[in-house]
Design a protein around this ligand. Sequence first.
Ligand code: URA
Length: 235
Amino acid sequence: MKDTLRLDRYLSQATGMPRSHALTHVRGGHVTVNGELVRDTARHVLPDTDVVLLNGAPVRPFRHLVLAQHKPPGVVTSTEVGAAQTVMELIPEALRHRDLAPVGRLDRDTSGLLILTTDGALNHRLTHPKRHVDKVYIADLARELAPNAEERLARGIVLDDGPTLPAKLERLGPLRIQLTLHEGRFHQVKRMMVALGSAVLQLHRAQVGGLALPADLALGATRELTAAEVALLTA
Ligand code: URA
């Protein structure tokens, strides 16, 4: 059987209005389903096929949101309001009422691609180490790494919270590296580099899964990903 949703819940999820407002609209006779006036709030609808109108205007079916943000340094990856600006505050106003959560976290001083989504299953798939979703970082280092760094990172190095999964190191210059990880532990790139003898001066995330930071996404900008871009995340 296809998944159905109670009409009031459907209206609330699709529009962002509180359930109490949705109930008022249904009881007030403002809602039709497939052309039929419905006042029964317990009526179930098929989100993908039923045509629901509110005051004559179509209510689009609920769908999950997947956003990409070009996180600037200085902004914290947190859903809590605090003294510092958060990544949530950079989300376009019209989307802020949705139940968005960051996928993993970037440190305050890290820039680059941050995904935010309402889809808990996608969030889990992108963050779980067993799923092996690549996260690609570019780091500027204080010191050049020893010649055996590639090999040590490919084997996995031991941090104070356990060994890392194999990581791929590419040297982009004497003090600039690209590091591909499959996991996202606290300060992981910085701690791995310290274990190899260098501090990280600047850190940028260039890619998540098969999705590179979109070229049109200016520093600080957030936009919804296309279906093709979302597919790349887990490709
Ligand atoms: N590793 C870090 O050390 N910091 C980040 O922000 C992301 C990965």
